[in-house]
Design a binder for this molecule. Structure first.
Ligand code: MG
Length: 390
């Protein structure tokens, strides 16, 4: 089998003004997706997402890197040699032109995931089984039931999503600590003791502020505290993780296994949130999950973006004994249900992967054609970290 063609589909869905959400990562204007499609000479094709989710996604740059930089080298090669192709793309092109972390690695992720989709179809097996195979059903949490608003609204929203079947919910925090503490307490009281509760600060706290905030919400039994401080502040992560009983989760702004290795070595992380559509696909995602597992750390990937990013990460969780929980975007997002044919079923607070080979889903060409991208930004600038904003 040989790779015959590689291309990118770009999708843009403007969010109605009344539905736009704001976090420390910025205000979202649109939901956007970039999907890599690979065809082989034997008629087997695969798709893979390039995810930014909370960040502004430069869709045209994805197309340029995939179709002009990677495609000429990939055509004619064996798509099943995923380990070799990953090393070729990363060391041969991405590191030198786009850096060892960041955007180029996210683009590589889409190619790698499309290759695994092909590998699954060629083997007649779902990707999660090819990668190991641990479960089919995965608990999903509602992301997020609280953005900027009043604490009583947070309590009502949390209860509503629990009534719709979720057994776990996340709140956005970081804009106003006192209000956030009241919101977290109100939500815990509203949903009772059995629902998992998480908070996400999108990197805006200083380590001291994160520790102060964490101590105030510790009695609320928090499952994890996501991105408490700036992603490059390894020492800050260590301080927060050592000071709090609440597990520290991070990873949505980390690329490749190398920053995870450093943070794990410094004991600055308890739950690994590597998003396979950013960190380098399944090939790199599996390395990260295994590295974390060797240190007793669970895996709960960031999957806030589009349906294909969600599905890819579901396969990584389902493949792993240390996979904990999946993030389900509950905000206005047609890319969760409309982008794909064959989305996994959600029932009793869990998502159920199908037995279909590969990722088990296909792009809906009508949806893609109906939502063209013409260069519009997807999000405003994000909030500055507290130490910069003072
Ligand atoms: Mg987050």
């Amino acid at each position: 089998m040989k790779i015959a063609d590689v291309k990118v589909h770009l999708v843009h869905c403007p969010i109605p003004a009344s539905e736009r959400v704001t976090s420390a990562a910025g205000q979202k204007y649109a939901r956007q997706a970039a999907v890599v499609e690979i065809q082989t000479d034997e008629g087997v094709g695969g798709i893979g997402p390039v995810s930014f989710g909370s960040a502004s996604l430069d869709l045209l740059a994805v197309r340029v890197i995939v179709e002009q930089v990677l495609r000429p080298h990939l055509v004619g090669l064996d798509p099943l040699l995923t380990e070799r192709l990953w090393e070729h793309m990363y060391h041969g092109a991405i590191v030198r032109a786009y850096g060892s972390r960041g955007f180029g690695v996210a683009v590589l992720s889409g190619v790698d995931i499309a290759l695994w989709d092909i590998k699954g179809k060629a083997a007649g097996m779902p990707v999660y089984r090819l990668l190991g195979g641990f479960r089919r059903d995965i608990v999903a949490y509602a992301s997020a039931v609280f953005w900027k608003g009043q604490p009583d609204e947070a309590a009502v929203a949390a209860r509503t999503w629990v009534e719709r079947g979720f057994s776990a919910v996340k709140l956005k925090v970081g804009a106003d600590s006192q209000r956030d503490v009241i919101a977290v307490k109100a939500v815990r009281e509203a949903v009772g003791p059995d629902v998992l509760l998480m908070v996400d600060a999108n990197m805006v706290y200083t380590p001291d502020a994160a520790i102060r905030f964490g101590r105030e919400i510790e009695p609320c039994d928090i499952f994890f505290f996501e991105e408490p401080v700036f992603v490059e502040d390894v020492e800050g992560h260590r301080r927060v993780a050592q000071a709090l009983q609440i597990p520290v989760a991070t990873g949505e702004n980390m690329y490749t296994r190398f920053p995870f290795r450093d943070l794990i070595a410094r004991e600055g992380i308890d739950i690994v949130q590597a998003d396979v559509a950013r960190v380098g696909g399944f090939t790199e995602g599996r390395r990260i999950v295994d590295l974390a597992g060797a240190h007793g750390l669970g895996f709960a990937p960031h999957t806030f973006g589009d349906g294909l990013t969600f599905v890819a990460n579901l396969h990584m969780i389902a493949a792993s004994a240390t996979g904990l929980i999946a993030e389900r975007d509950i905000t206005w997002n047609p890319l969760m249900e409309g982008l794909l044919i064959g989305m996994p079923e959600f029932r009793d607070g869990r998502v159920w992967l199908s037995d279909r080979p590969g990722l088990g889903v296909e792009l809906d060409p009508g949806f893609v054609a109906a939502h063209p991208y013409a260069g519009e930004p997807g999000i405003s600038w994000g909030q500055l970290p507290a130490m910069v904003a003072l």
